[in-house]
Write a protein that binds this ligand. Structure first.
Ligand code: TZP
Ligand code: MG
Length: 227
């Protein structure tokens, strides 16, 4: 199979989907992943809060051993949340870490130079620090309070506008947290170009249709041409 440099594609990515085990039963992992991929997500993350390192490895090797292959078939990178060692062990395409998970250099020592490494950021200062440090992309949010990540205040759309003036538009900033169909236009109006949507997709009645609808809005975003 053709080897794709997924890192080079990140800048063009618009919709980042998450296979979040808080919403997905183990037995449905592959089916839901397929629906997200068919719906057109440009990046897919496996997020399994409440699972330890061994638990996430089990998901990838025993529960859904063909998940990585499925992503490869669709030529979409699979990013593992929280656990660089698991990402390295299964040769995933990337790993995503939080503010408390160490610096980029410590993660690179585990996953090497080729893997995508993303960072969660919750303020403009954290976002700029992560860009300067050399992360391949950042998540920026939560924009709004969300049940998917309880206990965090929303940073609001003004933060998106502010960051937008400070970061090269080609750098992949994925806005996250409380993004739903109803507020998508508003979020784009504030300067966002890329979003992560978790619950609104995973709880939608027809996931592929919902994802395609979002993709269409993101791709047809006329605000893009201003840059
Ligand atoms: N990080 C910041 S908000 C969030 C994460 C993982 C959850 C986003 O989920 P939803 O359901 O799209 O609000
Ligand atoms: Mg984390």
């Amino acid at each position: 199979m053709e080897i794709v440099d997924y890192r080079a594609h990140l800048s063009e990515a618009k919709l980042y989907g998450i296979l979040d085990m808080g919403y997905v039963a183990e037995g449905e992992m592959l089916q839901v992943a397929e629906q997200l991929l068919v719906g057109g997500v440009d990046v897919l993350q496996l997020r399994a809060k409440g699972y330890d390192e061994a638990g996430v490895l089990r998901l990838l090797t025993e529960v859904a051993p063909s998940l990585l292959e499925l992503c490869r078939t669709h030529q979409i990178p699979l990013i593992i949340n929280d656990f660089p060692k698991v990402a390295a062990a299964v040769r995933a395409d990337g790993v995503h870490i939080g503010q408390d998970d160490g610096n980029l250099a410590s993660v690179r020592r585990i996953v090497g130079e080729d893997m995508i490494v993303g960072r969660s950021t919750h303020s403009v200062d954290q976002a700029i620090a992560a860009v300067d440090e050399g992360f391949d992309y950042i998540g920026f949010g939560p924009l709004f309070p969300t049940p998917t990540k309880k206990g965090r205040p929303g940073i609001g759309l003004d933060a998106v506008s502010e960051l937008n003036t400070m970061v090269d538009p080609a750098f992949p900033v994925f806005c996250i947290g409380g993004v739903v169909f109803e507020n998508l236009e508003l979020i784009l109006d504030s300067g966002a170009k890329r979003v992560v949507i978790v619950s609104a997709l995973l709880q939608s009645e027809d996931l592929p249709v919902a994802a395609r609808g979002v993709k269409k809005i993101l791709e047809g975003n006329p605000r893009q041409s201003k840059h």
